[in-house]
Ligand binder design. Structure first.
Ligand code: ATP
Length: 365
């Protein structure tokens, strides 16, 4: 049974512009779903509609069997954790977590049990008597989560909860959220613009762009088989290289990028025959480019002028240019020399080649 279901949900604000359009999505019981996309694509609005903090302009939202369109937030059986954790500064950690339960007239004994259980799960047991100002950012964020856990909601909603933390703390909190999900086993919907957060947290990821869903799937599937040019460019660091060109037929099928030509891999020839003479985008990830020595060649080869390099720890990114195309290759530091030649060639691993319809952006292969 789907725990949360959105059926053709749209949202228009007063100016009449749709910021979410005909959004269809089912989230299963216990699933961790991440909504990811660039700033302004409608992620928070979607989450706020599920929470009941925004009205739905069209369509229906179900939590369990119940259509919740007309149900106020407090009766939806959800708990939301926001980016600015909004703790009460004058209350202790214990009281911050207990506050919502007291309002619901839950017995003291039960409140005590629930707060202590949440404190155990989130490793806050030694901090229960402290006030928020005596906590680190990560500890405050855990208290904000504790406040959600004690409610035992059917669905947790997270709106960029880690964006105020520094990089190291974010990595730690990601691990804690994964552990939290496995301990409480509740349905979780998590909004972020950070694709690494999305890839590491989600059972499934929903990639949004301009109010519509581009692709929904498991992180690996989205990385390996991006359904559109947008997803190909958005998911993965460094981003996939995209070259605009056309398909030509000349003793075989080729992708012609103007300054270079590569044969269409055998397994993709049938699909690409329909595109002869048409504009197509060819995509390949920087790690599927293998640097060749000066005397080496390859069947699938791409050359370019070397511009600059970026050292990012385990790998070095070579920024290259070929005519109007800019591209990036990722190489191992031992393949790098301080005196790189002006022109470098790469063999392409064709198993990781993607072709996109240049008009619609859909992945053809
Ligand atoms: P971010 O990552 O920056 O928070 P987002 O993907 O969560 O972005 P939303 O906050 O859902 O995006 O906003 C989607 C669009 O709706 C934006 O263009 C925003 O300006 C617009 N919007 C949001 N709230 C309102 C409002 N109350 N009135 C009018 N427009 C709004």
């Amino acid at each position: 049974m789907a725990q949360v279901r959105l059926e053709k949900v749209s949202k228009k604000f007063e100016d009449g512009q749709a910021v979410v359009s005909r959004f269809n999505l089912e989230i299963s019981n216990g699933e961790f779903l991440v909504l990811v996309g660039p700033s302004g694509c409608g992620k928070s609005t979607t989450l706020r509609m599920i929470a009941g903090l925004e009205d739905v302009s069209e369509g229906r939202i179900y939590i369990g069997d119940r259509c919740v369109n007309e149900i106020p937030p407090k009766d939806r059986d959800i708990a939301m954790v926001f980016q600015n954790y909004a703790l009460y500064p004058h209350m202790t950690v214990y009281d911050n977590m207990a506050f919502g339960l007291k309002l619901r007239k839950i017995s003291k004994q039960e409140i005590h049990e629930r707060v202590n259980r949440a404190a155990r799960i989130l490793d806050l047991e030694n901090l229960l008597k402290r006030k928020p100002k005596a906590l680190s950012g990560g500890q405050r964020q855990r208290v904000a989560m504790g406040r959600a856990i004690v409610r035992k909601p059917a669905v947790f909603l997270f709106d960029e909860p880690l964006s105020n933390l520094d990089a190291k703390m974010r990595v730690e909190m990601r691990k804690e959220i994964i552990q939290l999900h496995s301990r409480v086993a509740s349905t979780m919907i998590y909004v972020t613009h950070d694709q690494i957060e999305a890839m590491t947290l989600g059972d499934r990821i929903c990639v949004m762009n301009q109010g519509v869903i581009e692709q929904v799937g498991r992180p690996r599937t989205i990385f390996d088989y991006p359904a559109t040019l947008f997803v190909a460019g958005f998911i993965g660091t460094p981003a996939m290289n995209i070259f605009r060109g056309s398909i030509v037929s000349e003793k075989g099928l080729f992708f012609d990028g103007g300054t270079f030509r590569i044969p269409v891999p055998q397994e993709q020839v049938q699909l690409l025959k329909a595109y002869i003479g048409q504009a197509v985008c060819f995509g390949i990830r920087p790690r599927a480019l293998n640097k060749l020595n000066a005397d080496e060649t390859a069947d699938f080869m791409l050359s370019g002028k070397y511009e600059i390099s970026e050292m990012i720890g385990e790998e070095i990114l070579l920024h290259m240019v070929s005519g109007e195309h800019h591209f990036v290759a990722s190489i191992h530091p031992h393949q790098f020399s301080e005196t790189e030649p002006a022109e470098i060639s790469f063999g392409l691993d064709h198993r990781f080649a993607h072709f996109f319809d240049a008009e619609t952006g859909r992945n053809i292969t």
